[in-house]
Design a protein around this ligand. Structure first.
Ligand code: AHG
Ligand code: MN
Ligand code: MN
Length: 339
């Protein structure tokens, strides 16, 4: 019988290897996984539960909140606030940071999340997910007694200590990195636990598959137009090969496919809202996904620089995103510098 390795065992073993993850971080990741299990249950209920449709409210970014956006946000907060591992949390669905209340001990980590990614797919039974990113409070000076503030979150993505997502699809799969490659855990519904099912995920460096919302083509900048036009030209064009296209409209699902079989994903800046750098959020979408992709041998840029090197200035900052198979990401990025 092949040995089954639970998420708990995997994390304990990571803790043992050179203390790669300290006990507080191990607890944090277990708690996030437990919260994802609860979110998966709510997602699975669909019309049988009070979970579908809009909540009648808007988030700080002016987006209509779905009931599940709010449920998932509450599940993550309730699960994480009392364990003593966190100082504060930040979420797509909350304007400011959520500092761990005084009645609980404060830990040294900061947790950021997109509680429910792909909200437009909730009501149509298409894969959605939860994305998370973990930083250390006061990265530069872990011993400072300063109270936690929003500024503590504004660290570039290369300072993340853990990142991942949970996809609620035909299977519920938790995908994780702590800086030592990417591992995948499938939820065993009978046992109620995540089981390690893939390790050392590698994204092929070349691909014939791109993911972009083509309906925005007329609004894109020239480098992105050029890249996609060359893909569309297929065998007869400059690339000399036919490309396939996918667009799920859940970043989690598109990135998951790329981790499994390669591809390039783009949500570039466009002329509809020229003052916004892009649609996706840097801190809890692009950074965790960018790190996962890099850990699997891929690349992630905003067209000009590595996503993980961007110095954030705001919690809900947006960014242009190009990520996936290394050679394709490098090609699009080079088109931005006029090469
Ligand atoms: P969210 O549901 O958290 O707001 O994120 C949705 C994002 C991302 O998951 C997806 O790739 C993109 O928005 C889809 O945007 P379009 O509807 O513009 O294609
Ligand atoms: Mn999202
Ligand atoms: Mn969301």
């Amino acid at each position: 019988m092949t040995e089954r390795i639970s998420l708990t065992r995997y994390l304990v073993e990571q803790q043992r290897v050179d203390g790669r993850i300290p006990p507080q971080l191990r607890l944090l990741l277990e708690v996030v996984a437990r919260a994802c299990k609860r979110i998966a249950l709510a997602v699975n209920k669909g019309d049988l539960g009070e979970v579908m449709g809009t909540a009648g409210t808007e988030n700080v970014q002016g987006e209509v909140q779905k009931k599940l956006d709010i449920i998932a946000n509450e599940v993550l907060i309730e699960a994480n606030e009392w364990g003593g591992h966190l100082a504060a949390m930040a979420s797509e669905e909350m304007d400011g940071i959520y500092v761990v209340p005084n009645r609980f001990p404060q830990g040294e980590y900061l947790l950021m999340f997109d509680p429910l990614d792909g909200s437009s797919n909730i009501d149509v039974n298409v894969s959605i997910g939860t994305i998370f990113s973990v930083l250390r409070k006061h990265h530069d000076d872990p011993n400072t007694a300063e109270p936690v503030a929003e500024a503590d979150f504004l660290q570039p993505g290369h300072q993340q200590v853990a990142a991942g997502y949970c996809i609620y699809g035909p299977q519920t799969t938790l995908v994780l990195t702590v800086g030592d490659g990417v591992a995948m855990f499938t939820l065993d519904r009978e046992q109620g636990s995540f089981v390690l099912t893939r390790e050392n995920i590698r994204i092929p460096e070349d691909t014939k598959e791109f993911a972009i919302n083509m309906s925005n083509m007329r609004h894109w900048d020239e480098p992105v137009k050029r890249y996609i036009q060359e893909c569309l030209a297929g065998k007869e064009g400059p690339r000399g090969k036919d490309f396939n296209m996918r667009w799920i409209a859940s970043m989690v699902a598109d990135v998951h496919r790329i981790l499994m079989r390669g591809g390039i994903f783009m949500y570039p800046w466009d002329k509809r809202e020229p003052n916004k750098p892009g649609k996706l959020r840097l801190m809890y979408e692009a950074n965790p996904m960018g790190w996962l992709v890099e850990q699997a041998g891929g690349a992630a840029t905003n067209g000009k620089q590595r996503i993980l090197d961007i110095q954030p200035t705001q919690l809900h900052e947006r960014v242009s995103v190009i990520l996936g198979s290394k050679n394709e990401v490098e090609r699009v990025t080079s088109y931005h510098s006029g090469i």
